[in-house]
Design a protein around this ligand. Structure first.
Ligand SMILES: NC(=O)C1=CN([C@@H]2O[C@H](COP(=O)(O)OP(=O)(O)OC[C@H]3O[C@@H](n4cnc5c(N)ncnc54)[C@H](OP(=O)(O)O)[C@@H]3O)[C@@H](O)[C@H]2O)C=CC1
Ligand SMILES: O=CCCC(=O)O
Length: 290
């Protein structure tokens, strides 16, 4: 089996790489903070000293990085992907970024003869651990087909969406909806409580009706306990709202609900909640913001 490279051992990258290793893939990993690779070694991974070193060794390499700046840095900076990418090698960026960022990476990689695929994912830490992600791929079809055995391990369903940019846009639309839902949910929980209702009963009612969904079901009980242990960090959700609003600007789509949600996430960030789960926006609605 060909060796797969994996750059970025954050919440998602680590879970996805461990899952690949469990399924018998050979994986070489790299992370900016190299110590985070130690745990992966215990699962059988090799460690590369730079993105370039990983790309040199592997037929294709996956990136799972925090934001556009990180995704660009890992490709373009010294020791980056571009130094070793070339004919017969592929790079798959699974980070959530905007279409412009993805296109810049695509152009640079194809200029060197390499193949590029963007493949952001829907699903969080637990689906990543369980191989239940939804993969939103776009770009080089041959690389998509080559990576399908790995996608089938990491995800429950892969979509091929055509040209580069479509995967990024689809992911931003999905997360824009999710972020707005989280704000409406938080407001509902607080409104129920402040108006003398039992918020747990609200969860039960919601779960039986037309707006029942896995996010309310999974996050609701922890939110009521004030537990915001990060699965999807709030700073990343705010980044996604920001990028989705920019996509709305480009396409002249008015999105007042998303804009208000972005403000709520920004407020939560200024209150120091950025590294907590995105459900911590509930804490700002509760008024615990002094
Ligand atoms: N968590 C989730 O539920 C989901 C997240 N996503 C998306 O996946 C991506 C990763 O998310 P997640 O794993 O949660 O994020 P984390 O914050 O846990 O990890 C971010 C990763 O990016 C690296 N990084 C940050 N800045 C740089 C940089 N300048 N150069 C190199 N590496 C850098 C970090 O390295 P270091 O350890 O050194 O800081 C770390 O490996 C994001 O785009 C996110 O929006 C998508 C679906 C779900
Ligand atoms: O980008 C993060 C998405 C989190 C999720 O789909 O649950």
């Amino acid at each position: 089996m060909e060796e797969i490279g994996f750059l970025g051992m954050g919440i998602m990258g680590k879970a996805m790489a461990v899952n690949l290793l469990r399924h018998g893939f050979k994986v070489t990993v790299w992370n900016r903070t190299l110590s985070k690779c130690d745990e992966l070694k215990e699962h059988g991974a090799s460690v590369g000293e730079s993105p370039a070193a990983v790309v040199e060794k592997c037929k294709y390499t996956i990136g799972m990085l925090s934001d556009p700046a990180a995704a660009l840095s890992v490709v373009f900076d010294k020791g980056g992907v571009l130094e070793q990418i070339g004919k017969g090698k592929g790079y798959i960026d699974m980070s959530t970024v905007d279409a412009d960022t993805s296109s810049k990476i695509f152009e640079a990689i194809t200029a060197k003869g390499g193949d590029f695929l963007e493949a952001p994912v829907s699903g969080s830490k637990k689906p990543a651990e369980d191989g239940q992600l939804v993969i939103l791929a776009a770009g080089e079809k041959a690389l998509y087909e080559e990576a399908l055995p790995a996608f089938d391990v990491m995800g429950k369903k892969s979509f091929f969406l055509g040209q580069v940019g479509n995967g990024a846009k689809m992911k931003l639309v999905v997360n824009m909806i999710m972020g707005s839902m989280m704000n409406a949910f938080s407001e509902g929980l607080v409104l129920a409580d402040k108006s003398g209702l039992n918020p747990q009963t609200l969860l039960d009612v919601l779960d039986l009706g037309a707006i029942a969904n896995p996010m309310f079901k999974m996050k609701g009980p922890s939110m009521l306990k004030g537990n915001y242990t990060p699965a999807f960090p709030l700073k990343h959700q705010q980044k996604d709202m920001r990028l989705a609003l920019a996509l709305g600007d480009e396409n002249a789509v008015s999105m007042p609900v998303a804009a208000a949600s972005n403000e709520a996430f920004k407020k939560a960030r200024t209150l120091g909640l950025g590294d907590l789960d995105f459900s911590a926006v509930h804490n700002t609605v509760k008024g615990n913001d002094q």
